[in-house]
Write a protein that binds this ligand. Sequence first.
Ligand code: SF4
Ligand code: SF4
Ligand code: FES
Length: 321
Amino acid sequence: MSSENQATTDAPPLTEEIAPGTATDPPVRSEESVTVTVDGTAVTIPPESTLIDAVEAVDTEESVPALCHYGREEIGPRSECRTCMVETDAHGVVPACSFPPEEDMTIRTDADAASEARDVNLDLVLSDHNLRCTTCGKNGRCELQDAAIEQEVEEPRYGVLDDRGEYEPLDDSSSFIQIDRNKCILCNRCVEACNDVQVEGVLRMEGSGKDTRIGFQSDAETMDDSACVSCGHCATVCPTGSLVEKGIEDATTLPLPGFTQKNSIGKVHESSGSSTGPMTPKKHDKEPTSDTPPSEASTSDDEGTDETDVWTDDANSGEWP
Ligand code: SF4
Ligand code: SF4
Ligand code: FES
């Protein structure tokens, strides 16, 4: 056996414990304070910074959206969306959220290549998004909407989700969190909030390519069947209307007669509505009671659920009135 093959054979197996979507990023932040120049303004940024901290510290020539950057807690940077591109003298156009600053580095937000990269990447994000903002509970407080307005997007050059693919059903099964994957920009914030901050390990990224989506570590189909404890952290960090706390999912919709978020999508995954209390009990903690027929108390192969989820097709499926 060649030494090369030997090395391959001896390599440790990929561990199944590393689930996709958890924070396994290498450290990219600076170790010391550094002074950089952003659009002609010198700024000193503290240790543990990336270029986005310098960009956010000055009044830049152009807005830099940074949609998958959260900037608080142990979330990111993931470098997924590339809407934060800036030009540096030393390394060309780089993602500001995840690039470590260097002493005396010069950064430009208004360089043509960086500006064009941000615009193209924002249009790519929009191309996979349900842009029906009038029926969205995050209308007016959505980071993607803010970015599109700031970047003066009039018509995304690659179209929108309507032009590109089928809608995923709305997951309305949980009493506490609603998931509309048609608005998800795959920023990964929710996955990190759930796994790495809240340490609940409920969410994951699953699939690949155009089929990439937010899913559940337990392979559950719906939020209600997952091990979610309804803490709401994922909804807090979501930049769009993809994860929204129930009760405010329609808070900022604009009333259009006969047109709602649900019928704009066409299919809704709903629970029977029997969840109670401030927190969804963990499924394995549930005991059958005298009120609960055994067939309902242990319906699934593994841990069971006391709720029956139903798929509903709306008559107006996806038709814009
Ligand atoms: S609400 Fe559920 S899915 Fe969201 S962070 Fe909390 S445990 Fe995770
Ligand atoms: S659900 Fe929200 S936070 Fe999670 S990946 Fe999608 S857009 Fe990001
Ligand atoms: S914010 Fe930098 S890549 Fe998304």
